[in-house]
Design a protein. Sequence first.
Length: 276
Amino acid sequence: MELVLIIIVMLLILMTAFMFAPLGLGGGVLYVPIFIYLLDWDIKLSLVCSLLLVWTVSMGSRAAHESGGYSVDDVGRKGTPAALCGAIVGALIAALLIDHLGDMSIKIGASILLVWVLYRTVKQLNVEMNGKSDGDDEPPPVEGTLLTKYRAGCFSGGAASGLLGIGGGAVFMTLHRSVLGFKQHQAAGTSYIIESWMVPVGVATHLVIDGTGALIFETLGLSVIPIYLSVVGTAWLGAKTAIKLLPQRVLTYPFIIAVVVSLLRYLIDIREVFFL
């Protein structure tokens, strides 16, 4: 039974990497629930392992998007420093919340974030379906007030990453699509520039403050290496496949479905604690 469970979890991880890679997401919104509910890991180990997987997805998908010309490097570089600071702050806050309030505080925070992402994504999709906008081929100049707003959003995405064990992609994608008007592939490629630098900082902060590094290798051993290498390859393949075969707007729908599924899982837990 344990072997079957391991196979199921590995398949879910690879499927998540394949499907999320073209969406600008690392898959953290699903990895954390997979670890908590299927493997029964504690919240700290789940957060760090999720971030490690998100990083590998980011690296694989970034390579695919950059090779296709679907990343706006100068915009990504402008947002990265703020995201790095946010990741450190988020990881510190997560440690305090878990120690003093328990893991339910993380689930409530994740739910609030996902509701916001869902609202902004549906709003942007509605605008595009009404023919008002389909995203600009060239991004607007990111400077002045817009640059300040963008960096504040990147800081929030970094904080969400460190706090909730996600890559922040849900925030970055919403930021690039709704605020900057990027098309799907541009938004994803630019998000992965930020995530590929930001996520390791969040991981390192978690390892320093809660000492989960030894627990990771105690739990997974050397199998951690082929697991993460396979995720990088799967993410690259998923992004390449979607870029070549799928219309950009079509990718918004699986994004919304993934967000809704994750939100429902967290809300069920919150309901059980507060209303039963």
